[in-house]
Design a binder for this molecule. Structure first.
Ligand SMILES: Cc1cc2nc3c(=O)[nH]c(=O)nc-3n(C[C@H](O)[C@H](O)[C@H](O)COP(=O)(O)OP(=O)(O)OC[C@H]3O[C@@H](n4cnc5c(N)ncnc54)[C@H](O)[C@@H]3O)c2cc1C
Length: 423
C-alpha cells in the first residue's frame, strides 16, 4: 500500500504518561521534531501511583467470564475490590454493557490473541529504552508471588493460567508452600498457606522510571510543555488537509504539527471522539500508598483473592488495589484506602499500615473489550495511543515503538490491527 501522505517531520504528543513519553522518545529517535503537551506535570496520571509490574505472562484482557461469576455480586459494595457507583452516566452505562458483552470465553480468547504478540515484545521494549539512555532500571522479579490464605484458593488462578496457555501464551508457574513463601519474603504472615510462583516478570519504580524517561526524552531535544491543556485538535482531516492544529489553554499560539498522538490515558475520549473514536475509555480507578515493611520484601507480592498488588519501591513497599468505575477527576475516597488496609493487614505481618505515605488515586484507561486503542483515527495524521487498562506500564514502551513505526512508515504494523481505534 502506498503512503497517502508525505513523511511527517513533526509531531505533538498529548499526555506525558508512560505511553506519551515512550512515543515521544521513539518519534524523536526516528528524526521528528517532537513537542509534548501535558495538562499537569510528567506522570500526573495513572503512570505515577501504579504497581509497576511488568508482567507479560499475565497481561490479559480484563473482561473475562470469572467477572460474571464473582464480580457482579460485589460490584456495588464500597469495600469491594470492584466498585461501580449507582449514578446516571450514559458513558458508564455504555461501558458496562460493552464490558459485560465481552466477558465471555470466546471474546476473551479473541482478545487474548491480540495480546500475545504484544506480550512477546513488551520487555525487550524496556531494554531498548535502557540502551538508549533511560537510566532507571527495571528489576527481574525473583520471583513474583501470588499468595493465598486458603489451601484451595490458588485453583482459580491456576485455571486462568491454563486458559492463557491454551490461548497460546506460555506461563511458567508452580505452587510453593507458605514456609517457602516466608523464606523468600519473611514479612508475609502465617495466614498465607501457599503461593503461586510466576517466572518471566520484572518490576519498576514508577515515579523514578517516569522521571528518568522524561529526562531521556528532554535530552533528545523534545520540548515538554507542562501545565498546558490541549483543548481541541483540528485539521488533518480529508476535508482540511495539511498540518494538524492543537489548541491549548496556555494563551500561547496554537501548536501545529504533521502528526498528533493522543496519549491522554483515561481522558482519551474527549480529544479522540471528534476523530471517529466511539469506544468509551472509562476510568477504572485504583488506589495506592506506601508503607515501611520489616524485613522489606525484595519481590512483588500479589494477593489475588483480596486483589491487592504490592511492589518494592526503594525503602518502602507500595500497596495498590481497587477498581472503581468513576470519573477520573473525582476526589480520593478514603474508604477505599481503608478497604485495602483491611484486606492486606492480616497477610503482610511486617508492614506498618499506620505509617502510610503517598496515598493516591489514579485512573486505568479501560475499554469495554479490554484491548487498547492504538492506531490512526479517521485522520491518518491523528493517532490514538491509549486504553491499556491494567497494563499500560507493561505495554507503554512497546506502544511508543509501534506508534513511531506507524508514523514513519505510514503502515499500520500487523500487531496493531486488532487495536484499531475505530473498531
Ligand atoms: C492502582 C493501579 C495499579 C496499576 N498497576 C499496573 C501495573 O502493575 N502494571 C501495568 O502495566 N499497569 C498498571 N496499571 C495501569 C497503568 O498505570 C496505566 O495503564 C498506564 O499508566 C496508562 O498510561 P498512559 O500514559 O496511557 O496514561 P496516563 O499515565 O494517565 O497519562 C495520561 C496523561 O495525559 C494527560 N492529559 C489528559 N488530558 C490531557 C489534555 N487534554 N491535554 C494535555 N494532557 C492531558 C494527563 O494529565 C496524564 O498525565 C495500574 C493502574 C492503577 C490505577
Amino acid at each position: 500500500m502506498r503512503r497517502p501522505l508525505p513523511t511527517p517531520t513533526s509531531a505533538v504528543v498529548v499526555g506525558a504518561g508512560i505511553v506519551g513519553l515512550s512515543t515521544a522518545w521513539h518519534l524523536r529517535r526516528a528524526g521528528l521534531d517532537v513537542t509534548v503537551v501535558e495538562t499537569d506535570r510528567v506522570a500526573a496520571g495513572s503512570s505515577w501511583g501504579n504497581a509497576g509490574w511488568l508482567t507479560p505472562p499475565i497481561t490479559t484482557p480484563l473482561p473475562e467470564p470469572a467477572i460474571l461469576r464473582t464480580g457482579l455480586r460485589a460490584m456495588f459494595s464500597v469495600t469491594s475490590p470492584l466498585y461501580v457507583p449507582l449514578r446516571p452516566d450514559l458513558d458508564l452505562v455504555r461501558f458496562m454493557l460493552g464490558f459485560l458483552r465481552h466477558s465471555t470465553a470466546a471474546a476473551w480468547h479473541r482478545a487474548m490473541q491480540a495480546y500475545i504478540p504484544l506480550n512477546q515484545q513488551a520487555l525487550a521494549a524496556f531494554d531498548e529504552l535502557a540502551e538508549g539512555g533511560v537510566t532507571e532500571p527495571t528489576h527481574v522479579a525473583e520471583p513474583f508471588l501470588a499468595c493465598f490464605a486458603g489451601a484451595d484458593e490458588h485453583r482459580l488462578l491456576m485455571e486462568e493460567f491454563d486458559q492463557i496457555r491454551s490461548a497460546g501464551q506460555p506461563v511458567t508457574a508452580d505452587l510453593i508452600s507458605g514456609d517457602e513463601v516466608r523464606a523468600i519474603a519473611p514479612a508475609v504472615s502465617e495466614q498465607v498457606v501457599n503461593a503461586i510462583r510466576l517466572d518471566g516478570t520484572r518490576f519498576l519504580h514508577p515515579p523514578h522510571y517516569l522521571e528518568s524517561l522524561a529526562a531521556a526524552v528532554r535530552g533528545l531535544g523534545v520540548r515538554i510543555h507542562e501545565r498546558t491543556v490541549a483543548t481541541e485538535i483540528s485539521g488533518g482531516t480529508p476535508s482540511s488537509p495539511g498540518a494538524v492544529r492543537i489548541q491549548t489553554d496556555s494563551g500561547e499560539d496554537r501548536l501545529s504539527a504533521d502528526v498528533v498522538v493522543i496519549a491522554t490515558g483515561a481522558w482519551l475520549g474527549r480529544l479522540a471522539r471528534p476523530f471517529g473514536v466511539r469506544m468509551v475509555v472509562q476510568a477504572g480507578r485504583g488506589y495506592s500508598f506506601t508503607v515501611p515493611v520489616e524485613p522489606m520484601p525484595r519481590v512483588p507480592l500479589y494477593f489475588p483473592i483480596q486483589r491487592v498488588a504490592c511492589t518494592p519501591l526503594g525503602d518502602r513497599y507500595r500497596v495498590a488495589g481497587m477498581m472503581e468505575f468513576r470519573r477520573p477527576g473525582e476526589p480520593l475516597d478514603p474508604r477505599r484506602i481503608d478497604a485495602i488496609v483491611r484486606a492486606a493487614r492480616p497477610l503482610l505481618a511486617g508492614a506498618d499500615f499506620d505509617d502510610r505515605q503517598d496515598e493516591w488515586v489514579g485512573s486505568r484507561p479501560c475499554t469495554p473489550d479490554g484491548l487498547p486503542l492504538i492506531g490512526p483515527t479517521r485522520s491518518p495524521r491523528v493517532i490514538a495511543a491509549g486504553g491499556h487498562g491494567m497494563w499500560g506500564v507493561t505495554l507503554g514502551p512497546l506502544t511508543g515503538r509501534l506508534v513511531a513505526e506507524l508514523v514513519t512508515t505510514g503502515r499500520t504494523p500487523d500487531v496493531l490491527r486488532p487495536l484499531d481505534p475505530l473498531r
